[in-house]
Design a protein around this ligand. Structure first.
Ligand code: PGA
Length: 261
């Protein structure tokens, strides 16, 4: 089944409001609307930049969506420093990254919290981009598939197939993030196939075939084509290479070329 490819930029904690607007203007100025025929393009800036970034794409009538990098699962209340799904929804967020390895390792985000966030986002009509991925220790121990698939099962616990279909999964091996060391297309394909097998087991083939599984970890314009050519890799979640308009545009362009093959 043909799934639309997705190129999602994860800016992490980069770009002030003014810098974010300038970068988005560059992206918008160089974006070709026909890429939207086969590629979903998403930009995930820091929360404080979301509204400005959304405004640039909206003003230019660009088919580029905006996503957040984190959310809290409660609708409102005494949670100092947190942001709710309703706040994201109102400013035009269509996606939200959850369970990124930096949040799991640096901020103690647990599988249970990822599951709560996923359910809250679906309730609000925001598509979660659920990150999973193994450390080098897990890979060296030979238990990558088990580890990653357990993260998938935990994230989707109690979620039915109809809802799950709205989610995107991003496989991001921790050892490949920001290191310049990309998983080979074969390594990435193997784990993405295992993720899809897990989703098939949970939700059946029809739902699993409809869900996007992205690869993330040092993806760049030079390696995107070989990665998205793999059967079970439906695009990328990109950090470093999403911070320059030129490389981000090249990533979308390459995904479009691959999708048209
Ligand atoms: P990277 O980051 O592309 O800089 O490796 C990817 C990510 O963390 O989402």
């Amino acid at each position: 089944m043909a799934r639309r490819l997705m190129i999602a930029g994860n800016w992490k904690m980069n770009n002030t409001y003014a810098e974010a607007v300038v970068l988005c203007q560059h992206i918008s100025n160089n974006f070709c609307k026909e890429w939207d025929d086969c590629v979903d393009t998403v930009v995930c800036p820091p929360a404080i930049d979301l509204k400005g970034v959304w405004g640039v794409f909206e003003f230019d009538n660009m088919p580029i969506s905006v996503g957040a990098q984190n959310v809290h699962w409660e609708p409102s209340g005494a949670f100092t420093g947190e942001i709710s799904t309703g706040m994201l929804k109102e400013i035009g967020c269509q996606y939200c990254i959850i369970g990124h390895s930096e949040r799991r390792t640096l901020f103690g985000e647990t599988n249970e919290q990822v599951n709560l966030k996923l359910k809250a986002l679906l309730e609000a009509g925001i598509a979660p981009i659920v990150c999973v991925g193994e450390s080098l220790e897990v890979r060296d121990a030979g238990t990558t598939d088990e580890f990653v698939c357990a993260q998938v099962r935990a994230a989707f616990a109690g979620v039915d197939a109809g809802k799950a279909k709205q989610c995107v999964v991003a496989y991001e091996p921790i050892w490949a993030i920001g290191t310049g060391r990309t998983a080979t297309p074969e390594q990435a394909q193997e784990v993405c196939a295992a993720i899809r097998a897990t989703l098939t087991d949970m939700y059946g083939a029809e739902a699993a075939e409809a869900m996007r599984v992205l690869y993330g970890g040092s993806m760049n314009p030079g390696n995107v084509e070989a990665l998205v050519a793999q059967d079970d890799i439906d695009g990328g979640l990109i950090g470093g290479a999403a911070l320059k308009a030129e490389s981000f545009i090249d990533l979308v362009k390459a995904a479009y070329a691959q999708a048209r093959k």
